[in-house]
Design a protein around this ligand. Structure first.
Ligand SMILES: CC(C)(COP(=O)(O)OP(=O)(O)OC[C@H]1O[C@@H](n2cnc3c(N)ncnc32)[C@H](O)[C@@H]1OP(=O)(O)O)[C@@H](O)C(=O)NCCC(=O)NCCS
Length: 214
């Protein structure tokens, strides 16, 4: 990992500004952003990609927290899910060199995925029949990644309270050229990425959903 990076922001919808940040690189030296403890924690991660994504996602949280008015040295911002010391809720995601953070006053969930071909037959592993039918009606490119991101973001907002994504219900409300809107989460496609951010409070969990057998 280089110590000096030039920051690269991934475009997010206007309505997400101040609650979410998606970055491909960070600005400044590691020591400007991270405490010695955090640098040691990252260094202990064996896989280089994991280490880079760990740092990049924490950088995004710190940057967003500061933009929201946390008036302290970024090195002093301790990141422990689900909340920062000031009470703000946080969520983290990373995927193949990109990282996303969400910070909000209420529980929040975010997910980002780098575009890649995904066989829609995997849908049965994380979506119920009604959702698969709704997805098949979507015209948006990479539709399965939009549904996957939305489920992941909603799951994280619930603090991972269910074992399976099938138990996190989604109901499609609207579709645009770049986005899907569900009641409690919305997705967005930008360049090589699909991302999702929750809106409002967590939806009730579906405890009754039949769990997958494979
Ligand atoms: C754990 C899981 C969220 C990882 O998702 P992913 O897309 O591979 O990775 P992401 O980078 O988007 O998310 C990872 C982040 O989720 C966050 N996360 C993990 N558990 C969480 C929880 N219980 N609540 C909220 N956020 C959580 C962490 O911050 C983690 O990043 P970190 O390890 O650097 O701290 C996902 O694999 C998962 O288990 N999903 C739901 C369960 C499920 O149905 N699994 C089977 C799918 S078929």
């Amino acid at each position: 990992m280089h110590n000096e990076w030039v920051v690269t922001f991934v475009a997010i919808p206007e309505s997400w500004r101040g609650r979410a940040l998606v970055v491909e690189s960070m600005e400044g030296a590691l020591e400007e952003w991270f405490s010695e403890t955090e640098i040691a924690e990252a260094a202990a991660l064996v896989r280089l990609r994991r280490r880079e994504e760990w740092l990049l996602s924490r950088y995004a949280v710190k940057r967003l927290a500061m933009a929201r008015g946390v008036p302290i040295d970024p090195r002093a911002i301790v990141i422990r899910r689900p909340r920062l010391a000031n009470g703000s809720w946080i969520s983290i995601s990373h995927s193949r060199g990109v990282a996303a953070a969400a910070v909000d006053d209420t529980p929040v969930g975010i997910d980002v995925e780098r575009l890649r071909p995904v066989d829609e037959r995997v849908a049965r592993h994380f979506m119920v029949e009604d959702e698969i039918a709704e997805m098949r009606g979507c015209r948006i490119p990479n539709r399965i990644l939009h549904w996957w991101c939305a489920k992941e973001a909603a799951w994280k907002q619930q603090g991972g309270a269910t074992r399976f994504l099938k138990q996190v219900p989604l109901r499609l409300e609207a579709e645009s050229e770049t986005a899907l809107h569900f009641g409690n989460v919305e997705t967005h496609a930008a360049g090589e990425f699909v991302m999702a951010l929750t809106v409002g409070s967590p939806a009730p969990r579906d405890e009754a959903t039949t769990l997958p057998t494979s």
